[in-house]
Write a protein that binds this ligand. Structure first.
Ligand code: SF4
Length: 189
């Protein structure tokens, strides 16, 4: 797999201090901004980050935190994302908010399969990411066992600010040209 920097990712917070792009890269990037030069790929990525539509899908307590991101306090509309779609065929972002029991795994995977590509997945909270405190026979120990996860948001529950942080990180990845997780890691059969 290519290092993130080769995809053009410039976020210090993702790459770590001391691993920023070189001076030349920064100057070229600044020049591009000033001259409004861009590639079609970059323009498409920009448009995708400004029109990601999440699927209406909540599983447990984390879903309550997720619902609040459409409120005026967090205002997800500034990213053009306030339209939670009722059909997976109109959504390209699945926010898995809550624990996934084995009985729910098949419907979740069906929803994921019905979403159009490109599509992204955020595992919100400890339960969606790893099963959380529910280390038992009923609960899937991480939704990445059945779908390809792009962003994990830690916490129990993560505050809406943490989910917003995850969404901003996802936008950074898309803008940097990093392919969706299913293209990098594939999806379990
Ligand atoms: S991570 Fe915490 S808040 Fe979220 S679903 Fe699990 S128990 Fe509930």
């Amino acid at each position: 797999m290519k290092p993130l920097r080769q995809y053009g990712l410039q976020s210090e917070r993702v790459l770590g201090v001391g691993k920023q792009p070189g001076v030349f890269e920064q100057e070229v990037s600044a020049l591009e901004d000033r001259l409004m030069m861009t590639t079609l790929e970059k323009a498409i990525a920009w448009a995708q980050t400004k029109s990601m539509w999440p699927d209406t899908f909540g599983l447990a307590c984390c879903a309550i935190e997720m619902m609040s991101i459409v409120s005026s306090r967090y205002d997800i509309a500034r990213f053009g994302m306030e339209a939670f779609r009722s059909s997976p065929r109109q959504a390209d972002l699945l926010i898995v908010s809550g624990r996934v029991v084995h009985k729910m795994a098949a419907p979740l995977r069906q929803i994921y399969d019905q979403m159009l590509e490109p599509k992204w997945v955020i595992a919100m909270g400890a339960c969606a990411s790893s099963g959380g405190m529910f280390n038992n026979y009923t609960t899937l120990q991480g939704v990445d066992k059945i779908v390809a996860v792009d962003i994990h948001v830690p916490g129990c529950p993560p505050r809406p600010e943490a989910l917003m942080e995850g969404i901003v990180r996802l936008h950074e990845k898309v803008n940097a040209g990093i392919p969706p997780a299913y293209e990098i890691r594939g999806v379990a059969e």
